[in-house]
Design a protein around this ligand. Structure first.
Ligand SMILES: Nc1ncnc2c1ncn2[C@@H]1O[C@H](COP(=O)(O)OP(=O)(O)OP(=O)(O)O)[C@@H](O)[C@H]1O
Length: 331
């Protein structure tokens, strides 16, 4: 049975931390100075789609995701999660926590237990747990269920976390940088498994990643956080229409790009690829065709870098404004 996917709504959410030491996934201790991790976040997360949660280090992604899974509470504002019109605060809410699977980069695995035992625990905890899928994914990732997490490499531990995330089939599945340590073939296998299982069992998936180029094909919606604020929240398709790329001989591309804001430039011998803000007009399209220049879609990575560069002050005001109106349009 496929349950109704969960959506979420955050209103004016602020999260402040005091200074403290914490353990990283690699086992070292780091000191957090404390401060404001989320600074007035208002956001709708649509049910039944895969949403990419992007942001530079410390942008507030994990903090935001942990609120939805009731791992944390907002200092100010409200967080609500649920299906249809029934949205409830997650904190100490068994209905929400049973239906939200949060997989963090650490995997949250039970180090002293065999993987098979951890899976039994999740089978009891998660109403929609699919043991067959869990077993099949372990085969795909070449992990023996009798091993304990301490006997596994970093990438294999991540793969166990990824397996739990998918096999839980939770109406809200949150995958927070779960690819750490996975090699490229494993990551691509993981992305394919997400898409295949999501197609058969639609649900809401939030995926945070720094590997934007790899994961952008998965996203239907994209949220960009920067310094605790939402810079942009909109369907990936709309984001694509914010720019385009031109690839071809340098002189021809430069001519077509003149007067436009450049997001990125990459030289490949005699050929150059530039990413430009805005949409190509008819003249540019005709000119490109005549000059043998290829017009392509906007790589999300280029927009992301542009939005979040210059310490945040360089974030395009038009994009920031559009992000705000996109959110307000969904109110
Ligand atoms: N438990 C905590 N105590 C104190 N400060 C914290 C705590 N957790 C997060 N922070 C701080 O809140 C801010 C946002 O952190 P968060 O982990 O949400 O960012 P992130 O976008 O997930 O970063 P990354 O991509 O590096 O994982 C950072 O400045 C971080 O140092």
């Amino acid at each position: 049975m496929t349950p109704a996917p969960f959506g979420a709504r955050l209103d004016d959410v602020v999260v402040r931390f005091g200074a403290q030491r914490r353990l990283t996934a690699e086992g070292s201790t780091i000191k957090d100075e404390g401060g404001t991790a989320l600074d007035g976040v208002t956001l709708d997360l649509r049910p039944g789609v895969i949403t990419g949660i992007l942001g530079r280090n410390g942008a507030g992604k994990s903090t935001l995701l942990s609120l939805l899974a009731a791992f944390n509470r907002p200092t100010e504002g409200t967080v609500r999660v649920g299906a249809g019109d029934l949205l409830e605060e997650p904190w100490e809410n068994p209905w929400v926590t049973a239906n939200v699977q949060f997989v963090r980069e650490s995997g949250d695995l039970m180090d002293d237990e065999r993987v098979s035992e951890t899976f039994k625990y999740y089978a009891d905890l998660r109403p929609y747990w699919d043991a067959d899928l869990a077993g099949r994914l372990l085969d795909t990732f070449e992990i023996q269920p009798r091993k304990k997490p301490t006997q596994l490499s970093r990438g294999k531990r991540s793969a166990v976390g990824a397996t739990i995330g998918l096999a839980a089939r939770a109406p809200l599945t949150i995958l927070d940088e779960v690819y750490l340590g996975m090699d490229a073939p494993t990551r691509y296998a993981f992305y394919d498994e997400i898409l295949a299982d999501y197609a058969e069992h639609p649900r809401t998936i939030l995926l945070s990643s720094h590997l934007v180029e790899e994961v952008e094909r998965l996203f239907e919606d994209v949220v960009v956080l920067h310094r605790g604020r939402v810079l942009l929240a909109e369907p990936a398709e709309e984001m694509q229409s914010r720019g385009f790329s031109l690839t071809g001989p340098v002189a021809a591309v430069d001519e077509l790009a003149r007067g436009r804001r450049e997001l990125h430039r990459q030289r490949l011998g005699a050929t150059v690829q530039v990413t430009l803000e805005g949409a190509p007009d008819d003249g540019a399209t005709a000119g490109a065709r005549a000059a043998g220049v290829e017009i392509g879609s906007l790589p999300l990575q280029d927009l992301f870098v542009r939005l979040t560069q210059d310490g945040g002050s360089g974030a395009s005001s038009t994009a920031a404004e559009a992000g705000t109106s996109a959110r307000e349009g969904r109110r």
